[in-house]
Design a protein around this ligand. Structure first.
Ligand SMILES: Nc1ncnc2c1ncn2[C@@H]1O[C@H](COP(=O)(O)OP(=O)(O)OP(=O)(O)O)[C@@H](O)[C@H]1O
Length: 962
């Protein structure tokens, strides 16, 4: 009987003509069908032909998406996820739809984001899609435009694939499965609703059931549809299903117009690809501790059970319950299923051997089953990270359709299937801080998605080459010759692509949903997703109407039954904890140990199973290894960068602090010095006014003007400066205790005495010093001053070097451009700092005798500008003016002196300098107290400046030589 039906099946096939808008059937030959299928395997070359063959969808005009789906290229729809309000931090979306099909993606915060410098994505790009769905799109709208055409195709014998691709948290699961609110049902429940709404009253008797990819076989009693009232279903499963369907009030009312002459049976399977292994989510779970349903169940009666959910929950102290599940093999479809020759069978798709296909008769039960499968998926795949789907979930709905009049003719049965895939998040490990088990998962997810991308890219390249070849040969070329030149599509390098292979090379239409969360931080990842979509859009698929399949050989009949465990590979074990209950129920926890057994080794006897190219496999492994290395290197680089930034920040802060301290010190020093300078000048003016007029010649000769600058006064000037310097004390306590002005009286009296003393200095006294000694002392003093100057210069340079270069430049400039009096006084200060502070003695000791650095520089027409860079000279005219003023004002009171002092104060000196610039050179002789400044002035002045040593002054250079 079976062989008879197979023969019939080989002879004919039912399909619909492209031209028939009204539901009608026509017969085509098997050979014709085979040709079309074979051609389709050359990846879209016959896209137009395929489109022409395709039956018209009766509801085509009702949706935008339907007409769009006629295009043989893979459709890519973009869905932009809305912002979730207060749950998420608010930020500007980086995706902006610019039309129904184009979206602009702009990198947010490119300057500040830490990853921007490593970003491989363009800062702003425009991507196009078949259609773009904005955030406010409702679930039913989205379903109608993207999936409904596929559902209608399914019911008319056309297979389809829909997969959701995107990074974690982008809305894939929401799109595929739906949310919890009313009206938020996703693609899967809506698909089931539409199917069962449409086939109401058209259910077949289920005499045949689907096997493998496209095969059918005679059903046995185990294929009875799952029902809550089925006595064979365990009460606990009924409970579970009952429980799972409680909130099933969200039903899509859409109904497709179908040919009422057909009968339909619907079969459901639910698989997951996790860590490069395929598992059946409807499979019962064997427990080593509990009773095994396998022992009691008939071998050919796969039915969904959830044994571990019905078991007594082990206490946390007891041994964890050991659950095992077995990975399933992915095998090539036998040629008998496809109607292809053995040689061509290699191009056929693959099927998951042992995957349960359960007949469902209404949407309610189908949804409950799927929820049970999701529960299994969570338990086994994602418990440790339940926030994120770490596996690819594949729901396949198979429809067997047969004309009422031919229901007993298996060759008339058409098999079509729709697979809805919720892919795992495509994010890279760096965004999820994964490690250990999670890293392994991420690696496998990446690998499978990478292989999927590679497959699409190769398909596109093949299709282009094929199109070119056919165009150039103008149809004279044999398709087989063209095929030989095509690249191998690497489907076999990932379980995901192996399972989906048939949809790309075979007889199906594919739709890709790209989910994107425009508020997500993974701009790079989303760019990658967009590029992936752009690539996928260019891939053509060649849909054909389903063909009837011959009945399989006997050995395939019980394919679905679990085989005995016998894998050599060490199974993967891990521990999980499940919490159950909620909604008024007692919450309980179960500790389980999960054993994931590897698939059984291939018996090697599968026909048409091409060997995996070890080189390609090794290359994929290498890519994965490099990717991991790149990730690690990126992490290291990011860490180093963060550390360096931190160090630089600290260093800058340190420098800023030290600069602040330095400038504060300088400021205080300046304040004190200007106060001391004022004191010194007040003293000088007082002394000048106290001098008897006889000491100053009435009309001194010009050459003797130097002499006129009385030595005592000169000493007084220097001494007063020195005394002022000696008074300086940077210790804030002493500074606070007595202001510089407070010491003025004391200093003045001391200085008055000191000013009078020098006239006696060389003539008498116990400390009378010979000229040589005096010279020696002076020499020593000068050398000491030199050293001290150098020391101070060095100190200052060191201090300046501690600040940044720019800042250092500034500080150097400020030093060199500051009041030259200050410089000379600083030097005096440093000179005096080396001397211990002592009470002034009536007769100054040689050491305490003020140095005589005041030397006159004479130049015929000395301009003030020629002394630029040198300390301000004390002009002879000023001194004489001071004398004259002193003469004039000798009888006047202090206020006039103070007025004079104010005139000579720093500010007025600046003004005076400006005035001098405008006026004629006032004087050709300047007294420069500081030796270095003197030398500098002579150097700057050029030939016009002549150094005139003081009377009795010994040239230091000469002395040193001596
Ligand atoms: N269109 C939408 N409208 C409202 N909420 C949405 C929408 N899309 C997604 N969400 C919500 O965003 C969150 C993340 O969505 P979902 O879990 O579907 O992401 P996912 O891409 O599947 O993540 P994963 O890969 O980790 O499973 C969920 O809370 C979901 O309810």
């Amino acid at each position: 009987m079976a062989s008879n039906t197979r023969t019939t099946a080989a002879r004919s096939v039912r399909t619909k003509t492209a031209a028939s808008a009204a539901p009608s059937t026509t017969r085509t030959t098997r050979a014709a069908s085979r040709t079309s299928v074979t051609t389709a395997r050359f990846n879209g070359a016959t896209a137009e032909k395929a489109t022409a063959r395709r039956p018209l969808n009766s509801c085509e005009s009702s949706t935008n998406g339907a007409s769009d789906l006629r295009d043989p290229t893979l459709k890519a729809f973009l869905r932009i996820r809305p912002h979730l309000g207060h749950v998420e931090p608010s930020s500007e979306p980086y995706l902006e739809p610019i039309s129904d099909t184009a979206v602009r993606m702009t990198e947010p915060n490119s300057a500040s984001s830490s990853h921007s410098h490593m970003s491989t994505a363009n800062p702003s790009s425009v991507y196009t899609f078949s259609h773009i769905f904005p955030p406010e799109t409702l679930q039913n709208d989205f379903f109608n435009k993207t999936t409904l055409p596929l559902v209608k195709d399914l019911l008319e014998g056309q297979s389809g694939l829909l997969f959701a691709y995107g990074v974690t948290n982008s809305g894939k699961t929401y799109t595929i499965q739906g949310g919890t609110e009313t009206g938020s049902a996703g693609i899967i429940p809506r698909t089931l609703d539409v199917i069962f709404n449409s086939i109401q009253g058209l259910h077949g008797d289920g005499k045949y059931r689907p096997v493998r990819l496209n095969g059918i076989e005679l059903a046995d009693e185990s294929s009875e549809p799952i029902s809550l009232n089925t006595p064979r279903t365990s009460a606990s499963l009924a409970d579970i299903l009952d429980d799972l369907q409680d909130n099933d009030t969200d039903i899509d009312p859409t109904t497709a117009m179908l040919d009422r002459n057909h009968e339909y049976t619907v079969w459901l399977s639910y698989a997951e690809v996790y860590n490069e292994k395929v598992y059946d989510l409807f499979a019962s779970v064997d427990s080593s501790d509990g009773p095994s349903t396998q022992a009691h169940a008939p071998p050919s009666a796969p039915r969904p059970t959830s044994l571990f959910l019905n078991m007594p929950v082990p206490s946390s102290h007891s041994q964890p319950l050991l659950l095992t599940r077995k990975a399933l093999q992915v095998k090539p479809c036998p040629a008998s299923d496809t109607g292809l020759s053995t040689a061509e069978a290699g191009n056929a798709g693959k099927y998951i051997a042992g995957l349960r296909q359960i007949r469902v008769q209404d949407a309610k039960h189908a949804k409950a089953l799927l929820r049970l499968g999701q529960l299994h998926r969570r338990v086994f795949g994602t418990l440790a990270n339940s926030q994120s789907s770490r596996s690819h979930a594949l729901v396949t709905i198979k429809v067997l359709r047969v004309h009422r009049g031919e229901r007993n003719d298996p060759s008339s049965i058409q098999t079509s299937r729709l697979t809805l895939v919720d892919l795992a998040g495509s994010e890279r490990t760096k965004h999820t801080q994964t490690s250990g088990e999670r890293l392994r998962e991420a690696g496998n997810i990446n690998k499978s998605l990478m292989v999927l991308g590679q497959c699409l890219e190769t398909l596109r390249a093949n299709q282009r080459q094929l199109a070119r070849s056919l165009a150039t040969s103008a149809g004279r070329m044999d398709t087989r010759d063209v095929k030989r030149g095509l690249a191998i599509v690497p489907f076999r390098h990932s379980k995901l692509t192996e399972v989906l292979m048939d949809y790309f090379v075979g007889e199906a239409r594919a739709v890709m949903i790209v989910n994107v969360n425009p508020y997500d931080t993974g701009f790079d990842e989303n760019s990658h997703v967009m590029r992936f979509a752009a690539l996928a859009r260019e891939v053509s698929t060649a849909p054909t109407t389903a063909v009837a399949r011959p009945l399989p050989v006997g050995k395939e009949k019980h394919e679905g039954v679990h085989k005995a465990r016998g894998s050599d590979v060490a199974p993967h074990r891990r521990k999980v904890t499940i919490s159950m209950g909620g909604q008024g129920r007692k919450i309980s926890e179960a500790h389980l140990e999960v054993l994931e057994e590897d698939e059984e080794p291939d018996d090697g006897g599968e026909e048409g199973d091409e060997p995996i190219d070890p080189l390609v496999d090794a290359l994929f492994d290498e890519i994965e290894r490099l990717r991991t290395q790149l990730y690690e290197a990126e992490m290291r680089a990011a860490i180093v960068e963060a550390e360096t930034r931190e160090e630089v920040m600290q260093e800058m802060q340190e420098r800023m602090r030290s600069m602040e301290e330095m400038f504060t010190r300088r400021l205080m020093k300046e304040v004190e010095q200007s106060e001391r300078r004022m004191d010194a000048k007040i003293d000088m003016m007082k002394q000048t006014s106290l001098q008897p007029p006889s000491r100053i010649p009435a009309h001194p000769e010009p050459d003797d003007e130097i002499e006129d600058f009385d030595e005592a006064e000169e000493v007084e000037v220097n001494q007063s400066i020195q005394t002022g310097t000696d008074d300086s004390d940077y210790d804030t306590e002493s500074h606070e205790a007595s202001s510089p002005l407070a010491n003025k009286t004391r200093s003045t009296s001391q200085r008055t005495q000191a000013a009078l003393a020098p006239s006696d200095r060389t003539s008498s006294g116990p400390e009378d010093i010979s000229e040589f000694d005096d010279e020696e002392v002076e020499e020593e003093d000068e050398e000491t001053v030199d050293e001290e100057d150098e020391l101070e210069d060095e100190e200052e340079e060191e201090e300046i070097e501690t600040v940044t270069d720019a800042a250092a430049d500034d500080s150097i400039l400020s030093v060199s451009s500051k009041d030259t009096d200050t410089v000379s006084e600083e030097e005096s200060l440093s000179e005096s700092e080396s001397e211990p502070e002592s009470e002034p003695s009536p007769r100054p000791k040689p050491k305490s005798v003020p140095k005589k650095p005041a030397v006159l520089a004479r130049a015929p027409h000395l301009q003030p500008q020629s002394l630029v860079g040198a300390p301000s000279p004390i002009f002879e005219a000023d001194v004489r003016a001071g004398h004259r003023a002193a003469d004039r004002n000798s009888g006047q009171k202090l206020p006039s002196l103070e007025q004079r002092l104010r005139d000579m104060s720093l500010h007025t000196m600046e003004k005076a300098k400006e005035k001098e610039k405008r006026e004629e050179p006032r004087n050709s002789i300047a007294v420069i107290p500081n030796r270095k400044a003197r030398q500098q002035a002579v150097a700057n002045g050029g030939e016009e400046v002549v150094y005139v040593p003081r009377k009795g002054e010994v040239d230091t250079g000469r002395k040193k030589k001596r």
